[in-house]
Ligand binder design. Structure first.
Ligand code: GDP
Ligand code: ZN
Length: 445
């Protein structure tokens, strides 16, 4: 672990690229005095906002603004941190950053500030990931749950599980010293009961984490439908007032290829297959490949048809090209024109009117049900990495139960389960994994 005393200073622009009223440069490392002296020309008292001129090598001014110095370990990274708030233009921030490099800092890698915070024990790994997830949040519910993880709600759950495991391990390890009596001893202590209770606890955390992953990644819906059946109208109606971001991926001349709407705070990525057709156009073909890549990880296909016309051959062709295991929900739109009863009419059929809103609640519930959404009460944000760790821990507990009569095997499986759980908070994690996790962060975080 790099200690606060030896960390070489790193610097990055912490605010988003582009122009803004204020731009922030963050510098972290040991011995920032030289940078403070060279940039500002006088020492700064800790945790005070100082108005200052930021100086070039020849002492001419680059910019002016606020400087705040946080001596380690009471800082985000645990190291000395200098925050410079200048004017938010790319050129002036670039000049300031270059000046910091000139004074001995190097460019920070993506996520390097958070990584140092983790290595210095300021955040555990699940919390560090929550920083990135908060920044990337696609809905308010996702942001709230990311903040919960950042505050440690998820880590606390994991620690409680690890504590219970340690308790059980101590019991089992103790019996290893008395081989003749081991099984009786474990029976008397109800080791089996404790194990089952642990499994139940793991299952509860897994259920919550699954909801958290849904908030982080959203659900992916493939939208199939001919022109004019009401795809755009339906998306707008479903999104209601919650329309968040509409992303246009370049490459198709027809409808939007992807849209992002929200249902009860769950981000829903809608992938429109309108652009899926044979083409010689290179750019369009790239768009089509992206569409197929998106379809590969979809949770559900929505086949939208005009109730007056029903399913067309073209719809069936596209349906036939979708992954076999992808569930399909048929949505008959424009029931206001046919007099069909709106709502949930069969297992995989819903009648709606995007125009009048009839049947939309049934459709929303059906979509959320498809991905197992139960609402965001008490949900902390989570990633597939976390779910995977919980599942593997659970598998080790199953093995432990199966090996109950052989105390050494039993003990070993418990040890493995504990290691796997510790991967979540990063207490047991390889450098490779850390590299993968932090490289996905944005620079300056
Ligand atoms: P898209 O091409 O599939 O995206 O279809 P649009 O959403 O652009 O809708 C095509 C036309 O159908 C528009 O004139 C809409 O106003 C109309 N429309 C869409 N949904 C309904 C509906 O439920 N009832 C009626 N009566 N018209 C609808
Ligand atoms: Zn449209």
């Amino acid at each position: 672990m790099p200690s606060v005393a030896t960390a070489p200073p790193i610097a990055a622009i912490a605010t988003a690229p582009g122009r803004g009223g204020v731009g922030v440069i963050r510098i972290s490392g040991s011995r920032l005095e030289a940078i403070v002296e060279g940039l500002i020309g006088r020492p700064l008292s800790p945790r005070h906002a100082h108005f200052a001129r930021f100086r070039a090598a020849d002492t001419s001014a680059i910019d002016e603004g606020l400087a705040i110095f946080f001596p380690g370990p009471n800082s985000f990274t645990g190291e000395d941190v200098l925050e410079i708030q200048g004017h938010g233009g790319p050129v002036v921030l670039g000049m300031l950053l270059r000046r910091c490099i000139e004074l001995g800092a190097r460019h920070a890698e993506p996520g390097e500030f958070s990584k140092r915070a983790f290595l210095n024990g300021k955040l555990d790994l699940a919390q560090a990931e929550a920083v990135a997830d908060l920044i990337d949040a696609q809905s308010e519910a996702a942001a709230r749950s990311a903040l919960k993880s950042l505050d440690g709600a998820f880590s606390l759950e994991v620690r409680a599980l690890v504590d219970a495991l340690i308790h059980l391990r101590m019991l089992v390890e103790a019996t290893l010293d008395f081989p003749e009596e081991d099984i009786d001893f474990l029976e008397a202590a109800d080791a089996r009961g404790q194990l089952c209770e642990l499994q139940a606890q793991l299952a509860r955390v897994l259920a919550t984490a699954t909801q958290g992953k849904l908030l982080r990644e959203g659900m992916h819906v493939v939208l199939i439908g001919q022109p004019n059946v009401g795809k755009s109208s339906l998306m707008n109606a479903l999104a209601g007032e919650e329309v968040a971001i509409v992303t246009d991926i370049a490459g198709t001349t027809r409808d939007t290829v992807r849209e992002l709407i929200q249902l009860e705070g769950v981000p829903v990525h809608v992938i429109d297959t309108a652009g899926l057709r044979a083409t010689d156009d290179v750019v369009e073909r790239i768009g089509i490949e992206r569409t197929w890549a998106a379809i590969a990880k979809a949770d559900l296909a929505l086949l939208l048809v005009d109730s007056r016309e029903g399913v067309t051959q073209h719809d069936l062709d596209i349906l036939g090209r979708l992954p076999r295991e992808l569930p399909v929900l048929r949505v008959f739109n424009k029931v206001d024109l046919t007099g069909d009863v709106p709502g949930d009419v069969a297992r995989d059929v819903v009648h709606v009117s995007a125009k009048t809103g009839e049947g939309l609640d049934a459709l929303r519930q059906r979509l959320l049900h498809q991905v197992g959404w139960h609402g965001d009460d008490g949900v902390f944000i989570a990633r597939e990495r976390h779910l995977d760790a919980i599942r593997r821990a659970s598998a080790h507990l199953d093995q432990a139960l199966a090996a109950y009569q052989q105390v050494e095997l039993f003990a070993e499986e418990l040890r493995l389960a504990q290691n796997v759980l510790n991967e979540i908070t990063g207490e047991f994690t390889s450098d490779d994994l850390l590299g993968v996790i932090f490289s996905k962060f944005c620079i300056g975080k």
